[in-house]
Design a protein around this ligand. Structure first.
Ligand code: PLP
Length: 390
């Protein structure tokens, strides 16, 4: 008995060695501070939890969900896109509910890429884009994101034969892991590029509601003509501290939304309707005040972390969004060596940048989704470890 050959194509799990190391340190009684996890530490707001409790009592919610999402949920997503981004969406043909955006991202790739096709994927990036491309039998073409280009891919540098075979282009702004944001002009350039080459533009907007210093992320669908070529993946996970609930939506181009819906109806049976009801309450609950508070908290942590890292001598790009800080490794260490160094000498976990692609080599990521005092303690330990090394 053995798993399918395609399973052999899944890249090795890069955190295996790090996990073992952390386990060993924990077994020795060391208190590990984990700055590696991108998962909000705060609870889901009470008004959403209350809506879920009510939704659980509705027996209609106990049956199979609508495959493509409940009409109230799809209408709530449309309303939110109109008020938040000024984008008009037809709920029935231009939105589909997702069991978390990761699910939608994976199935979108299966719906639009296969053997012989190329998928344009940023490097570094959320690993799902390239892993699913490889599993679908298509080929990822990595677009380097470098600090001197503001972590934006150079679309003009993509060779003609690659453009011809490309069926999808993935963008993720605000960006995990770099914390970079995309100016509107870049989004317009990407829309024009995809129109010129008949490529589906996929925008992963997981961090759209996080912003500092007056920054508010746009939707790619705000660009004129975007709906002809673009689909956007919106998730309630990060904005509403709902990562465990598994709810998001894909919106935009009707052909792409339809293909994703067809793929999904043959694989899953939709998100729990009670969760969709709670998501309606989240979206309709005038969440701007809540986002403001959440962003103030993350900004305080960001400033604390960036100041501490500057203090250690790191050059740190100041992120305008996301809850990540992306910075170069110390002492010329590789990403893996540097994260090992911090686990062993500071009992702090930082994510090796190489986990996000070859261009992530030489970088580290810390996440701000940890209690502020623990974050400060972790940074102080990192500083002490660096001082005792140099
Ligand atoms: C967290 C994250 C997601 C997925 O979130 P879901 O919980 O599946 O909605 C998607 N893309 C990026 C870049 C993320 O960091």
């Amino acid at each position: 008995m053995k798993p399918a050959v395609r399973m052999e194509k899944i890249p090795p799990y890069l955190f295996l060695e790090l996990d073992r190391l952390v386990e060993r340190e924990t077994a020795q009684g060391h208190d590990i501070i984990n700055l590696g996890i991108g998962d909000p530490d705060q609870p889901t707001p009470g008004w959403i939890v209350e809506a879920m409790k009510t939704a659980l009592d509705r027996s209609a919610n106990h049956r199979y969900p609508n495959y493509l999402g409940s009409l109230p949920f799809r209408q709530a997503i449309s309303r939110m896109y109109r008020t938040r981004f000024g984008v008009a969406l037809d709920a029935a043909s231009e939105t589909v509910a997702l069991i978390g955006s990761k699910e939608g991202i994976a199935h979108m790739i299966w719906a639009f890429a296969g053997p012989g096709d190329i998928v344009l994927v940023p490097d570094p990036a959320y690993p799902v884009y390239s892993t699913q491309t490889i599993l679908s039998g298509a080929e990822p073409y990595l677009m380097p994101l470098t600090v001197d280009q503001g972590f934006l891919p150079n679309l003009q540098a993509i060779p003609n034969d690659v453009r011809r075979r490309a069926t999808m282009l993935w963008l993720n702004y605000p960006n995990n892991p770099t914390g970079a944001v995309a100016p509107r002009e870049f989004l317009a350039e990407a829309v024009a590029f995809c129109r010129d080459h008949d490529i589906l533009l996929c925008s992963d907007a997981a961090y759209a509601e996080i912003g500092y210093d007056g920054y508010t992320a746009p939707s790619v669908l705000e660009i004129d003509g975007a709906k002809d070529v673009a689909i956007e993946f919106y998730s309630l996970s990060k904005p509403f501290n709902m990562t465990g609930w598994r709810i998001g939506a894909a919106v935009g181009n009707a052909l792409a939304v339809g293909a994703l819906g067809t793929m999904k109806s043959n694989i899953d049976s939709g998100a729990f309707t009670a969760v969709q009801d709670a998501a309606v309450a989240a979206l309709d609950g005038n969440p701007q005040a809540f986002f403001g508070e959440m962003n103030r908290m993350y900004r305080e942590r960001r400033d604390l972390a960036v100041t501490a890292l500057h203090d250690m001598g790191f050059q740190v790009p100041l992120p305008k969004s996301t809850f990540y800080i992306w910075f170069p490794t110390p002492f010329g260490l590789s990403s893996a060596q540097a994260s090992r160094f911090f686990v062993e000498n500071a009992q702090v976990v930082v994510t090796p940048g190489s986990a996000y692609g070859p261009q992530g080599e030489g970088w580290l990521r810390i996440s701000l989704t940890i209690d502020t005092l623990r974050l400060a303690a972790g940074l102080a330990r990192m500083k002490a470890a660096m001082q005792s090394k140099s």
